[in-house]
Ligand binder design. Structure first.
Ligand code: MN
Length: 242
């Protein structure tokens, strides 16, 4: 099999051109007809709606993905908590498959469950409440009906509030809750788990009902960029550029 690649939490935005350039370079460097690329949320620092594709920065990222897909590489995008407003317009502009989480896939015959990861942070009750609200169809359609400039302003103020919250919250409640992980692993028959969101890159093990499950957490692209590569034998983190 061609190895599958996984990234998340790139948090691309016009004010972080280095990360954007690294990502576009990675897309261009992947071999034609190679294994799939899974982007597990927070590709963008935020997404105000698909009508924001007129913005050259957003259009350039979508075009970079589209060029990779045109070279015969499947790109799958799951939305994160920053870019949950990605929609059909982005999928069309990028040729990526935009899928709901969680996604159960096979990597070299091993069942592997993919998600962004914020839904596992169940100890953060205020955050989960916020997610339930903004991810509802009613909130989504009402928000997207507002003018783009107004949405940008609202997102900026939500981000400022969220940064303030993160400063005062204990680190432990912003990590995944082990009971939420166990419940998910049980529900999907003890797969390998790959997610991002917490920015705590690494390999974890969970023993659930006698099944030893791997949980891989992807790294963010704020500092050193990396991706996870999995084939039938193993998963490994690779730095980018390699
Ligand atoms: Mn996130």
């Amino acid at each position: 099999m061609a190895a599958a690649l996984f990234v998340s939490d790139l948090h691309l935005c016009p004010t972080r051109p280095a990360a954007t350039r690294l990502f576009l370079d990675l897309l261009a460097a992947l071999p034609a007809q190679g294994g799939p690329l899974y982007i597990l949320g927070d590709l963008f620092e935020y997404w105000a709606g698909d009508d924001d594709l007129d913005e050259p920065f957003n259009a350039s990222v979508a075009a970079g993905i589209k060029r990779l897909v045109a070279r015969g590489v499947e790109v799958v995008v799951l939305a994160g908590n920053r870019d949950f407003l990605l929609g059909d317009g982005f999928a069309a502009a990028s040729s990526a498959r935009l899928l709901d989480e969680p996604q159960l896939i096979s990597v070299g015959g091993q069942a592997t469950l993919l998600l962004h990861g914020d839904s596992l942070c169940t100890n953060d009750h205020a955050y989960q409440e916020f997610c339930r609200e903004v991810r509802s169809e009613a909130w989504r359609s009402a928000f997207l009906a507002r003018p783009l400039a107004e949405r940008h302003a609202e997102i900026e103020s939500m981000r400022a509030r969220s940064e303030e919250q993160k400063r005062i919250k204990p680190a432990a409640i912003m990590d995944v809750a082990s009971d939420a992980v166990d419940a998910l692993l049980r529900r999907y028959d003890y797969p390998r788990l790959i997610h991002g969101h917490t920015h705590r890159a690494g390999r974890n093990e969970h023993l659930v009902d006698g099944h030893l499950c791997e949980r891989w957490v992807l790294g963010d692209w704020y500092g050193a960029a990396s991706y996870l590569r999995c084939d039938e034998a193993a998963c490994d983190f690779l730095p980018w550029p390699g």
